[in-house]
Design a protein around this ligand. Sequence first.
Ligand code: NCD
Length: 365
Amino acid sequence: MAQRRMMEELSWDAFSSLPLEARAPYFLQSSGRPYHCVIAQQFDRECLDHLCDLATRIRRIAKSKVGMDFLSSLMRNKRAMLYFTQPSTRTFLSFFSACQILGFSPAEVRDTSISSEMKGETKEDTIRTFSSFFDLIIMRTPMQGFAEQMAWMISRTERPVPIINAGSGKDQHPTQALLDIYTLERSFEHTGGIDGKTVLFCGDLLRGRTVRSLSGLLTQYNNVKQIFAAPDCLQIGQDILDMLKAKGIEYEITNDFKGHVKDADAVYMTRIQDEWDTKPGESATMSYKHEDYWFTGDDLKNLSPKGVIMHPLPRRQEISTDCDDDPRAVYWRQERNGMWIRAALIATIFCRDQEITQYYMLNNR
Ligand code: NCD
């Protein structure tokens, strides 16, 4: 395995000090398919198009019982561990469902108080233990870089298994970004695709990992403008702006969310990530007008008729429920898209993608 050989040559310190773009190829198979999925930077446009097409094929195949039987026969001999040590509803459930669709037997550890971590076992040893019993590890962790470090570590052992990052600290959430891309692709299917569109991000852009990963994936599309609307104290990190600058991507940072809704093809709302507050209640008392960063029924009037409102969910007040019935509100569809694109990702990691495409060509066209 290419990535194993390369990782064996580098210590974690040497590896992690490489720029993201330089680390990305280490997570791929020699065919260019993902092996691990840990950072958004490992996906190029070709891979994104492949995953979106495959997700659609899986979605259509799954409409019939015989199709479901085919899909669930693919990985029937494999087991997946979902190791989620941070709260999760939809990411967990969509991975669980994606595994079931492909025939995996999924198992879970969500509460470390009943695992050997309580006896002082390190998280590294816990992950290594999972690799003794499971063929795939899907993990959510509050620790930035941890999923990536575990991918590096497991690749150097005699039993490497793929690791999928289901959210790591404030930093990355690559599979959420994949489902966001798939949702954008589907939403703009009849209006020229993602190329040339403007995406307006709003909310806690400083601590929201979904925005950070999606911002990276959007750079794979042509002429996509990114607007970051947030109060100064929650504005997007300089590392993201540097990345956009280096790639020559057009972007804007602003405090004026409402004034930019009319410019957007997609409005991407986010929740205040107050679990990262350094003092309890800190976010609630931040001195800016919180309602200025909420999308309400009034803002629907300013949104383009072909525009969409997205949200990784869970939401609080940042999108009022009176927007839910508007056809441009796609956040519930977005949630379900997560299951299809995650199934596509896992099938691709395990090299079952061509078989799915062949089945689709024969039975579903
Ligand atoms: C996000 C997350 O956990 O980063 N949710 C998700 O995965 N769908 C965003 C959030 O929790 O606000």
